[in-house]
Design a protein. Structure first.
Length: 363
């Protein structure tokens, strides 16, 4: 009897514990539970501690309220130019109404997959391959608009749709690679040509500037050379003029005689035969008169009163030309043409005597 009562008490305790476990429900954060009472929707359990009626209320599997990312496999889509491409999509969505997601659609993930495939075919079907490859943002926007409008009554909010990959046919890929390679070769050729053009332009500009600088340098050099030659010629002419003037004044101040002029005449004659080009030269007719004049000059009877008076051999013999002492001054070493006269002035007496002497020697 006592054993039977003990078994009954243990069974009651187990039943109470089971009922309590069935009645108490703890919902985690970002989850939601749908409670059905006698098969009918009763309430939605939010995160926290809840108590239900055992054997009357039934809690459905919890629904995740966080944003979910679902990657769908590649879908074969035909473009406007009748090319089949494979497109992989990624959908970001979130359950906003657990009741609608439970009772309005049987499987909202599968429904989103099918809806994405159908919408993608409609959007890409109006685009060619080139537009499909370059208009991903446009396709993503249209897909998100259609999905968000349709899934709103399912208690789902589509936040983003991305095209992960677009796979054109292999033949089209080869053509695209060839086109891309040709485009890159064309760009490389253009860049190379532009580089050569710039290089030639810079080289031509450099050569032009170098030629200009060389021409300016040669011009300055020629100008300086001409100025130097002019100054040198002026200085030489100045020196020769002063030398001639000094010689002229020295000769005329020394009062040369007929004997000296005849002697200088004879010394000048051998210069006529100088030079390799002189094969034939003529002796002037005045040579005989000059020789007779110089011979008479050195005879004892024609030496003049000075020679006759000097009977003493030890006495000094006066020179033929009485030449005064000529001294070179600093002014002679620094010639200046401005101080020279335009012509050489010859004293009247000296000029007359020199002319007479030359006429006598000529006779």
């Amino acid at each position: 009897m006592n054993l039977t009562v003990a078994i009954i008490l243990i069974a009651l305790i187990i039943l109470v514990i089971t009922v309590l476990l069935k009645a108490v429900r703890i919902i985690p954060q970002a989850r939601a539970g749908i409670v059905e009472r006698l098969g009918k929707y009763h309430t939605t359990l939010t995160p926290g501690f809840h108590v239900t009626v055992p054997f009357v209320d039934r809690v459905l599997p919890l629904i995740d309220l966080r944003e979910q990312v679902v990657s769908f496999p590649a879908q074969s889509v035909i473009t406007e130019d009748n090319l089949v491409v494979g497109i992989d999509t990624v959908v970001y969505f979130q359950v906003t109404d657990p009741k609608a997601a439970t009772y309005e659609i049987t499987n909202y993930i599968h429904a989103v997959d099918e809806l994405t495939s159908a919408t993608l075919r409609n959007v890409v079907g109006g685009l060619n391959l080139e537009e499909t490859l370059t208009s991903r943002d446009k396709i993503n926007t249209e897909l998100r608009g259609v999905l968000d409008t349709t899934t709103g009554r399912w208690g789902i909010r589509v936040s983003r749709v991305d095209i992960k990959e677009i796979q054109p046919p292999h033949s089209i890929q080869d053509s695209m690679e060839k086109q891309m390679r040709a485009e890159r070769d064309r760009r490389a050729a253009i860049l190379t040509a532009e580089g050569q053009k710039q290089s030639q332009i810079l080289t031509a500009e450099g050569d032009s500037r170098a030629a200009i600088l060389r021409a300016e340098g040669e011009k300055q050099s020629q100008i300086l050379t001409a100025e130097g030659d002019a100054k040198s010629a002026i200085l030489r002419a100045d020196g020769e003029a002063q030398a001639i003037q000094k010689v002229f004044h020295a000769i005329h101040s020394s009062n040369p005689s007929q004997k000296l002029l005849t002697y200088q005449y004879l010394q000048t004659l051998p210069k006529l035969a100088e030079g390799d080009a002189n094969k034939l030269w003529f002796i002037p007719t005045e040579l005989g008169d000059a020789l007779r004049g110089i011979g008479n000059a050195f005879t004892p009877g024609n030496l003049g009163p000075d020679v006759e008076e000097q009977t003493d051999e030890s006495a000094p013999v006066s020179p033929i030309v009485d030449t005064p002492v000529v001294r070179i001054t600093e002014e002679d070493l620094n010639p200046n043409l401005d101080k020279l006269d335009s012509g050489i002035e010859i004293p009247t007496d000296t000029a007359t005597e020199t002319t007479s002497a030359i006429d006598d020697s000529t006779r």
